[in-house]
Ligand binder design. Structure first.
Ligand SMILES: [Zn+2]
Ligand SMILES: [Zn+2]
Length: 355
């Protein structure tokens, strides 16, 4: 039986619920004593709540406009157990004002490349399509670990948006059709999540490797002590019985050592729990990037209600390339880690991959 959570636990539980709701695309207004949330309709129906709810720790008068936040409450259990649920899929068009051309232009003028000049061209109104997706993972070895990794990318060119941009967009009317995802972008999104997953699991793997080594060392030490005890008492036993005892110690030690790898083998499972595709107004501003005798036209994008431009995806690794360099041959946009020295002649990893 678990005891009633203390007030600290309650605060932590409320923070967990607020964060979890936000991860599902809810807008949460955090208050000191109580919070309010606007839930995406799919989440509201999954939780059997209204779209606008008060997050409360009181249990009386619980209507569908309240989301009870205590251990064991159905909504909390749902959020805790989302691994076992069907993923929430939302495609919507938030009702947000189109960005202004002069704002997009002012931001485009500040774009710099590490080894090229950029000349700002025309701006035009457009739309932008973003994906925000969350995958939950479970890693099991001698212990069980779980967590979530998320990705938020533009689905037209894979650009990275400002942190939590998509999560902050208010829910809008559902789209009748989910926009098609370019397979190249889909594989980039997948690679992005895989990298995040590996990043999350690496310290767990290191801990498992450490405990595995410690257990092997302890096992060897234990049987070495048994062996030493045998040596100390050898005068009492005849040599044949002693040899049999020694063989038994070695056999038992080896059997124990053979069991260790299985116990510490890491099994990782992950699955989508939430994905939201949304279409918002955007302003595209052309940039003519000039490097030596070549030039390339690229588009910078300011999405509705964003404070900064989308960050290009590196054409080599897919990571964000805020301080990009461009290559001589094809003016590929390459991030700083992929092109640490971009002066003079350098080997472009994107050209090298045949991109
Ligand atoms: Zn890169
Ligand atoms: Zn290149």
């Amino acid at each position: 039986m678990t005891s009633a959570p203390s007030s600290v636990d309650r605060r932590e539980l409320r923070a967990f619920v607020e964060d979890a709701l936000e991860r599902y695309g809810a807008l949460v207004e955090r208050g000191l004593r109580r919070s309010e949330a606007v839930l995406p309709s799919a989440l509201a129906s999954a939780l059997q709540r209204d779209e606008s709810v008060v997050i409360t720790e009181e249990s009386e008068e619980l209507g569908t406009a309240e989301l009870l936040c205590t251990l064991g409450a159905p909504s909390v259990e749902w959020l805790l157990n989302d691994l076992r649920r069907e993923p929430v899929l939302v495609a919507d068009q938030p009702d947000v004002a189109a960005p202004r051309a002069n704002q997009a232009r002012a931001l485009a003028e500040r774009v710099t490349f590490r080894n090229a000049v950029a000349v700002v061209g025309e701006s035009r109104a457009s739309t932008a399509t973003y994906l925000h997706a969350i995958a939950a993972w479970v890693a099991e070895a001698d212990d069980r670990f779980e967590g979530v990794v998320s990705v938020a990318r533009n689905l037209q060119d894979g650009a990275h948006c400002a942190e939590r941009y998509v999560e902050r967009l208010p829910p809008g009317p559902a789209l009748s059709e989910v926009p098609a995802i370019d397979p190249r972008i889909a594989s980039e999104v997948h690679a992005h999540l895989s990298r995040s997953l590996h990043g999350a699991i690496a310290p767990i793997e290191a801990g498992i490797a450490r405990r595995k080594e410690q257990e092997a060392a302890r096992t060897i030490e234990y049987f070495a002590a048994l062996w030493a005890d045998l040596d100390n008492t050898r005068r009492k036993a005849d040599s044949k019985a002693l040899a049999a005892k020694r063989a038994a110690i070695v056999a038992e030690r080896d059997a124990k050592l053979r069991e260790i790898p299985g116990r510490y083998a890491l099994r990782v499972k992950s699955r989508w729990v939430y994905a939201r595709v949304c279409v918002v107004p955007a302003m595209l501003t052309e940039l003519v990037v000039k490097r030596r005798k070549s030039e390339r036209r690229v588009l910078s994008r300011l999405a509705a209600e964003a404070a900064s431009l989308d960050v290009w995806a590196c054409e080599s690794c897919g990571g964000p390339a805020p301080r990009a360099a461009v290559c001589d041959e094809r003016l590929h946009i390459v991030c700083e880690p992929c092109a640490p020295t971009a002066q003079g002649r350098w080997d472009c990893p994107a050209c090298g991959r045949g991109a």
